[in-house]
Design a binder for this molecule. Structure first.
Ligand SMILES: Nc1nc2c(ncn2[C@@H]2O[C@H](COP(=O)(O)OP(=O)(O)OP(=O)(O)O)[C@@H](O)[C@H]2O)c(=O)[nH]1
Ligand SMILES: [Mg+2]
Length: 1105
């Protein structure tokens, strides 16, 4: 343990009490831009690691695989102390991963913070993930500051002159600000222009009041000079990063130096006898020093007059000199002299050291220490833990789709608790757990001495007691009765002894399996401890305290009327799966790799909590009252898309099951499911994430060898317009048509006339722009179909029809209407905006779509997919999806939901390989029920019949069109030097990839290439690319979109030219068919592949031998 660690802890503990001096922030950036190296500098400033290890140890990367791969895979927190003048601050710093596979870890970090440090590598500039994190900060309403990192590389590697270096940095800063501008100016659905304006206004007011204070401190003559030079007093760049405002630090995390403009302004104000405020405004920008007439003056227009800007002449040239003296001249005497000029005293062993970079590191770190520069910017520019606004509290408590005032009054009152941030005993306790993670028990300061007790404090059940056996026998008897359905008449009758024995044996097996699973979990918990990563927003949390643990789906509206004296009774808790009572075991200060026990946690702090692993899966809200709504869900930026099945030996299955449960609990992004086929499937964000999950499963959670299947890649099924050319690019005419469209009806209509009724429909490809909109606003569609537009049968026919329909009770018009009323105005506005966008897209697509938007019946699958059911039935004027829930008097209304269900099922699994459909519109031209036999008697049609009618007919309509497969595409951005660019193109080409753009980065020899790659071809892509480019190209694969694979899966060569080109057996060429067959095989569906195709030939060949 490094000396000073103890001091630091007691310091941090004392600092918790004043939330105004707490800063909760995270470091975010694109992969490898230097976040963890930057964190090293800050950690070293608190004595947790030695300065020598900074940038090398990467302290926050505590996992073995993180160290081996050199990338961060989880977000982790360290609490630091910082003093400025008399003020002492507690900084809770969270380092987050930059790799796109772990972006859900970034979301867990952002949620607990009020501010963020955005790091940008000045060589690479703004990259894909930089934009993502800037957007995330904007969406979560947290304040960013900027660190321009790796400036040493501009000096040493690219060897730019100081002036070019300045222009390069200015360009990168401009890129960042341009993206910020883009963010503020775009009015995304769900974030209205007024909201943007309100936020800008609030921010301006905050800055304005700060400015008033600082202006009152500046000397009057300084203000005079400002106005002389025409520098605007009120600038509108509050939202941008501007060095003169102090929200930008220039740094090299590797060499341990960094500075803000204010630092040099202060130094040069003394040295040059100039005004500090003036220097602060002019050190960055187009200003230069003129010494005409012997008097030094700062003038504007450095670029026009070909002068060096102040940033070059006063800052960069000095930096270049330091690098040159240490790294090139290598003269110890000169180095000592230079150190003297900079006011640095170098220890003798450093001067004598032969490690030049270490020497440079010590010199620069003493001259321009990075940690104070960053920490000063943080305390000045990032809001304190106590400054949560009402607006932000509202956003945390209530999702943007819902109206805040639809929450119970008692819940709304809790908004004030966020704003007060009080640690009073009586203040309501509000804590948010953004993730739960495992830590080896040995890392706990207090567990080391206590020995391994097991977290549950319960004994593992090793054998089953007699009493327990009796209970189970009774249980078995009851279950058997329930299963055979003769519980009434067989009461009192004993089961036969064989039956009983068999039943008990099965039950025993099941229970033993469960028991083993529990034991496995217990074993795991003897070695490791689950720690909830949390922030206290209000109140005080103590070990031993009993709290409500609220799941992400908890809704206080549902329990408000049940409360007994403000609490839920035990009976009610038993029935409620979203509310649990848990007991906090320990509270810890998070110190990167270690945890320090605390006696309590007050409002504003970020802490670790143990003892709640039975109640929390992934995330939770903790409160002293059940009226607290669950925190809104975290914003996720990546779609988990890579699916694999995991397999283990039969004897290891309980271990695997236990392991999967633990993995699901501890990973914010992974999805674990048990398929109907009995396979365990995990869905991960990408290859690197998958590897981490498998490593965790094998080495920690399950501890057994695990096999991983080939990836299960999703596809989509669609239809297209009849193609006009064939595969040889020749026009298709008459006979030469290969698709299944040869039908009497040129439109491919399907008509069914059966005892269930008459149905006439057809499938048409949706215009591309419409499909895109539907895909983009999935969540909104879900709200539309679930909360609006429901149809309920009218009063005069509803009773009887609904009964025969097999539905229990009438669909509740009242509750549907209520749900609509709860929607927030933002959501309603977003819905109407989507409607008009769809209308525009339809109208642009042609006259046949003229009124389509008003005819929409539903979206599918799941009520929110990219397929549309269109109502063109003359006799059934049903309100469109956009209208309010209504009761209508049509016999069809009673079956409306059933018909929709059929549509949902049809679109969920297409005929090609049972994958969901995309971009298909089903137009229903006619639908009628069979004639009633009499007025009072019912039609005698069940819900199931209507479901199959609609499902089967829609599927047939789909099959009548030209069917195509759609592939999921990754977009990948790769940056490489020009030497290996060719090799990179090769690898992408081999995998059916497509280059979208490729530009040489200005001022360097590196290329920035963007490509699309089918997900199915992406396995091992990163490895292959790394190998063939000697480790240079590291791709970031992000799911981008779905693309139609323009190959007819049913195609076979027919014309003489085609036969000549492909031969009779063209399977290997038909890539669509190959994909379809592989999916069908995996799902156990029939394929038309023949195992032995040319049996005679084989025999003939062997005869000829
Ligand atoms: N030359 C130079 N290299 C740096 C600097 N900062 C970081 N690096 C190097 O860049 C690489 C990545 O640094 P990390 O600190 O791990 O980057 P990161 O942003 O934490 O990466 P992820 O967490 O994987 O996204 C390492 O090899 C560092 O040594 C710097 O200022 N100058
Ligand atoms: Mg890192």
């Amino acid at each position: 343990m490094v000396a000073g660690q103890q001091d630091h802890r007691s310091n941090a503990y004392a600092l918790m009490e004043n939330p105004h001096n707490i800063r909760n922030l995270c470091i975010m950036a694109h992969v490898d831009h230097g976040k963890t190296s930057l964190a090293d500098n800050l950690v070293a400033s608190n004595g947790l690691i030695s300065q020598r290890l900074v940038g090398r140890i990467r302290y926050m990367d505590s996992r073995k695989d993180e160290a081996e791969r050199g990338i961060t895979m989880k977000s982790s927190c360290v609490s630091l102390a910082y003093s400025k003048g008399d003020e002492k601050y507690l900084i809770n710093l969270i380092d987050s991963p930059g790799h796109v596979d772990f972006s859900s870890e970034v979301s867990t970090a952002v949620r607990l913070c009020d501010g963020t440090i955005i790091v940008v590598d000045v060589i690479e500039g703004v990259c894909a993930q930089t934009k993502v994190v800037l957007q995330q900060a904007w969406v979560e309403n947290i304040q960013p500051v900027l660190v321009l990192n790796k400036i040493d590389r501009l000096i040493l590697e690219t060897k730019l002159s100081p002036i070019d270096c300045y222009y390069h940095i200015a360009q990168v800063l401009e890129q960042v600000n341009a993206y910020m501008g883009e963010l503020f100016n775009t009015t995304v659905l769900g974030k209205t222009a007024e909201e943007v304006e309100r936020r800008q206004q609030a921010e301006r007011e905050r800055k304005h009041s700060e400015r008033k204070i600082s202006e009152s401190e500046t000397a009057p003559e300084a203000k005079q000079i400002f106005s002389d030079w025409g520098i605007d007093q009120v600038d509108d760049s509050d939202f941008y990063f501007t060095p003169e405002q102090g929200n930008v630090v220039f740094a090299s995390a590797y060499d341990g130096w960094g500075f803000s403009i204010a630092h040099f302004a202060e130094q040069f104000a003394n040295k040059l006898g100039m005004n500090r405020t003036v220097l602060n405004k002019t050190l960055w920008g187009d200003y230069y020093i003129s010494s005409k007439g012997g008097e030094k003056k700062i003038m504007r227009g450095a670029r026009d007059k070909r002068k060096n800007p102040l940033f070059v002449s006063l800052i960069l040239e000095n930096l270049y000199k330091v690098y040159d003296t240490v790294m090139s001249k290598k003269d110890n005497i000169e180095i000592e002299k230079l150190a003297g000029c900079l006011g640095v005293k170098l220890p003798v062993h450093v001067i004598k050291s032969t490690d030049l970079r270490a020497k440079l590191n010590v010199l620069c770190n003493k001259w321009l220490p990075l940690a104070p520069a960053i920490l000063e910017m943080v305390v000045e520019h990032l809001p304190s833990a106590a400054s949560i606004s009402k607006e932000r509290a509202m956003k945390l408590m209530c999702s943007a789709t819902q109206r805040f005032d639809s929450l119970p009054e008692k819940s709304q009152e809790l908004q004030n608790a966020f704003v007060k941030c009080s640690s009073d005993e009586n203040a309501p306790l509000i804590v948010y757990v953004s993730k739960i993670f495992c830590v080896p028990r040995k890392h706990f300061q207090d567990e080391k001495s206590e020995g391994n007790k097991g977290l549950y404090g319960q004994n593992v059940m090793s054998s089953i007691s007699e009493e327990e056996m009796a209970k189970r026998r009774e249980e078995a008897r009851r279950m058997k009765e329930a299963a055979t359905g003769n519980s009434d008449d067989s009461r009192g009758k004993e089961l036969s002894s064989e039956e009983m024995a068999e039943y008990l044996r099965q039950q025993q097996e099941k229970l033993a399996d469960k028991e083993r699973e529990r034991e496995e979990k217990q074993k795991f918990l003897e070695e490791e401890v689950f720690v909830a990563f949390a922030r206290v927003y209000s109140g005080v949390l103590k070990p031993g305290q009993k709290v409500y643990v609220l799941g992400p789906k908890h809704d206080p509206r549902k329990i408000i009327n049940m409360l007994d004296n403000g609490e839920l009774t035990e009976e009610q808790l038993k029935d409620n799966i979203h509310v649990h009572i848990g007991q906090v075991k320990g509270i810890y200060l998070l110190l990167g790799r270690e945890l320090e026990p605390l006696e309590c946690a007050t409002a504003g702090t970020v802490i670790g909590i143990t003892g709640l692993e039975d109640q929390i899966i992934k995330s939770a809200t903790i409160s002293s009252t059940p009226v607290m709504p669950a925190f809104t869900e975290l914003t996720q930026n990546s779609t988990p898309i890579l699916r694999v099945a995991v397999l283990a030996n039969v004897k290891d299955l309980p271990k695997l099951r236990a392991g999967l449960k633990l993995l699901n609990q501890a990973d914010p992004c992974v999805q674990v499911s048990l398929q109907r086929s009995g396979e365990y499937v995990i869905v991960t964000a990408g290859e690197v994430h998958l590897q981490r999950c498998i490593d965790d499963l094998q080495e920690r959670y399950a501890g057994v060898p695990i096999k991983v299947s080939d990836p299960i890649v999703p596809f989509r099924e669609t239809i297209i317009e009849k193609p006009k050319v064939d595969r040889l690019n020749e026009a298709i005419e008459g006979e030469n048509v290969n698709t299944k469209v040869e039908d009497e009806d040129p439109l491919g209509r399907v008509e069914i006339n059966s005892s269930t009724g008459r149905l006439l429909c057809r499938a048409v490809p949706l215009p591309e722009s419409v499909t895109k909109l539907l895909d983009q606003y999935k969540d909104l569609l879900y709200l539309i179909t679930n909360k609006a537009g429901s149809v309920v049968a009218g009063e005069n026919i509803s009773e009887t029809v609904v009964e025969s329909n097999g539905m229990e009770g009438k669909p509740d018009l009242e509750s549907t209407r209520k749900a609509q009323e709860n929607l927030s105005s933002v959501t309603l506005k977003a819905m109407s905006e989507l409607r008009s966008q769809l209308d525009k897209a339809f109208k642009e697509a042609g006259s046949e779509w003229e009124n389509a938007v008003n005819e929409i019946w539903n979206f599918g699958p799941d009520g929110c997919g990219p397929n549309i059911l269109l109502n063109r039935i003359r006799a059934y004027k049903r309100p469109s999806i956009w209208d309010k829930a209504t009761a209508i008097d049509s016999p069809l209304a009673a079956y409306d939901t059933n018909f929709i269900t059929g549509f949902q099922l049809a679109t969920a699994a297409g005929p090609l390989c049972e994958e969901p459909m995309m971009g298909v519109c089903f137009i229903i031209e006619d639908w009628s029920l069979p004639q009633k036999e009499s007025d009072t008697k019912q039609y005698g049609i069940s819900a199931g019949q209507i479901i199959s009618l609609s499902k089967d007919t829609l599927r047939k309509a789909f099959e009548k069109q030209c069917q195509r497969l759609m592939c999921a595409m990754y977009s990948c951005v790769i940056s490489v030097t020009s030497e290996v660019v060719g090799k990179m193109y090769n690898v992408i080409g081999k995998r059916q990839g497509r280059i979208v753009s490729g530009d040489i980065t200005e001022g360097s020899t590196s290329w920035n290439v963007t490509a699309y790659l089918p997900v199915i071809e992406s396995m091992n892509f990163a490895n292959e690319l790394r190998k063939s480019t000697s480790g240079e190209a590291i791709p970031q694969l992000v799911f981008s979109h779905w693309e139609v694979l323009d190959v007819d899966p049913a195609w076979e060569p027919q014309t003489t030219e085609e036969l000549a080109h492909w031969g009779e057996k063209s399977d290997s060429e038909n890539i669509a068919k190959n994909y379809i067959n592989s999916v069908r095989k995996r799902k156990g569906l029939a394929t038309d592949e023949k195992i032995i195709e040319y049996a005679e030939k084989q025999r003939t060949l062997s005869k000829n031998k």
